[in-house]
Design a protein around this ligand. Structure first.
Ligand SMILES: [Zn+2]
Length: 190
């Protein structure tokens, strides 16, 4: 199932027309050539460990108000996903951290009410700062071990990432270097 398509071009406001592109009927602007490929969003989350514990925040807003999760949020169009993970960590907790590896990718196709959503989870390393939850988005924050989480309302993905991060030495994909990715800002993880 696909989310509702645009009726008008978001660039020039001309009515979009159906067009067969790549074996599928899409909407194309007859004036400027814009093609509606469907909606996607990218999110990023960060796992920060301290000993055998992982930092979790309790969400103060919907969706998932009251639920504990790793800090995270949407990736801006002009930033790397790992930068977004570090930015969200800083905004939500006051802690400065840096990506070490890419732990996981959650790929969730659109279901008609929500766009296709890709969520990248990074393992972060602490740099500096004091834990100071940002009250607008976060009602509590702290470092917890998986056993303590059995008595808490923790998002399943966050719990899985917690276990993965604590499982062994630097899990996940590392950022590669020396490969031309056609953009100086691009990163490849493997
Ligand atoms: Zn147009």
């Amino acid at each position: 199932m696909q989310s509702p398509v645009y009726q008008f071009c978001p660039h020039c406001a001309a009515p979009l027309l159906p067009a067969m592109i790549g074996g599928r009927e899409r909407r194309r602007c007859p004036r400027c050539g814009f093609v509606f490929w469907g909606k996607s969003t990218v999110g990023a989350g960060g796992v920060l460990t301290r000993g055998d514990r992982v930092l979790l925040v309790r969400r103060a807003i919907e969706p998932g108000k009251g639920r504990w999760a790793i800090p995270g949020g949407f990736v801006e169009e002009n930033e790397r996903a790992e930068e977004a993970a570090a930015r969200e960590m800083l905004e939500e907790t006051g802690l400065s951290a840096e990506a070490v590896s890419l732990l996981a990718v959650r790929d969730r196709p659109g279901d008609g009410s929500q766009p296709h959503d890709i969520y990248l989870v990074f393992l972060l390393a602490y740099r500096h700062g004091v834990l100071r939850p940002q009250p607008e988005e976060v009602s509590a924050a702290g470092f917890f071990c998986p056993e303590e989480c059995t008595r808490m309302n923790v998002a399943p993905l966050s719990l899985a990432m917690m276990r993965l991060a604590l499982a062994g030495p630097t899990p996940g994909f590392q950022a590669a270097s020396g490969i031309d990715l056609l953009s100086p800002a691009a990163r490849l993880y493997y």
